[in-house]
Design a protein around this ligand. Sequence first.
Ligand code: ADP
Length: 491
Amino acid sequence: MKFFEKILIANRGEIAIRVMRACREMDIETVGIYSSADTNALHVRYADEAFCVGEAHPSKSYLNIERIIDIAKKSGAEAIHPGYGFLAENYRFAKVCQDEGIVFIGPRSKTIQAMGSKIGSKKLMKSAGVPVLPGTDDGISDIEMAKKVAIEIGYPVIVKASAGGGGIGMQIVDDENALEDAITGSMRIAKSAFGDATVFIEKYLVKPRHIEFQVLADEHGHAVHLYDRECSIQRRHQKLVEEAPSPIMTEDLRERMSASALKVAKVSDYTNAGSVEFLYSNGNYYFMEMNTRLQVEHTITEFITGIDLVRQQIAIAAGETLPFEQSDVSIRGHAIECRINAEDPLNNFAADPGKIIRYRSPGGPGIRVDSGIHMGYTIPPNYDSMIAKLCAWDSTRPETIKRMRRAISEYIILGIKTTLPLHYAIMNSQQFIDGNTHTHFLQEEHIIKSLDRYKRDEEARMQTLAGSFEQGKKVAAITAAVNHYIQQKKV
Ligand code: ADP
């Protein structure tokens, strides 16, 4: 069945292509948008038609609501898929789409708004009986009050922006002396990044695990969960490696956590795809937030459940009823995703955009690569540094890890620095193999040591290469001289 004739994809890079692929399989035409920095991007070529949406800066292109709506109307797109990032969790955008008679492929505007506030959503979940971490119930307006709450819950605490995302504006505070500065600093960052200075504090868990549940809900009151993902391996509070299911999941824990996730979906009147994020520590879990969009890591859920999340999103947005019930959804095997970022893991993850001079992506059984890059492509410096997602599936976790190692060693990306060496170190770490991860895993001694070793090896490789290059130059010079002599003498 054809749900829409034409969909506009209000995004770029791998996720724009991911959505377009689903559309192509569903016989739906696609409209792409691109900024002046993305004229040569793959998603522009993949789209059935594509329009320039503005200048490189996101505020002038991928965040330009008026222009995007204009293109949707001009091209005759009936629906807009926002991908993730950019306008995906902008309730105003969802509302404008609705007002203009364009279907927004995501939850309702009011749900996005309610869940966009970490304070508001925490309050809602607490009243519904979902466990949350102790902290201030409202935004901090009074430092003395914040100090009182921090003493009550005990240090360390974390200061967070209510409208926050991408780990921006978070500050960990170990004692009272640092609290006031952290709050004012966090407010300043929140104001400039999200236009909302509201911050709150909650108990900081020292080495928790990040576990989330994928949910799907239709407009007719049916909601199912698609199991869990473990996303504990992070840098700057942002995920780098995800796996599904979580290696520590037990039947009992899954039953409790999935019941909470479905409760979150129910009390927020949720529709479409979403993820309920929890922190887990010492047998307890706490609701952190709900992401009202398709996640980067949806791929691994697709691997273990066999359900195409983008197809389901499109069908739900068209008013369809979910075609399966909870009892129809089961887990098959294990999947891992490694985020390949144009960053230098040996230099504090400094962004390293630039030209890709050699590119070969891995393949074979159980491997999926979602990317927007290719040989000769120049990564623009204007956007997120994630350039590809490497996913592996196999029937057990140990086999998946081995498969991922094999895929990483097949992956060639030259010309820029990437997170690939770090992923290789992680996949070879005994602690990871044992499933013993937490949100500070990348600061573990053995990971740092293994990266250091890689750095030394790389330097040695470079020296050898430089040596043979010099050697090569000498040989070439001698050959040229001999040739010249031969020609002169007509030997
Ligand atoms: P954002 O929306 O900015 O991505 P989240 O609330 O989803 O922020 O948190 C991102 C990450 O920050 C978590 O996965 C975790 O590593 C860390 N974090 C957030 N809150 C806490 C907390 N209370 N204790 C420990 N770590 C936390």
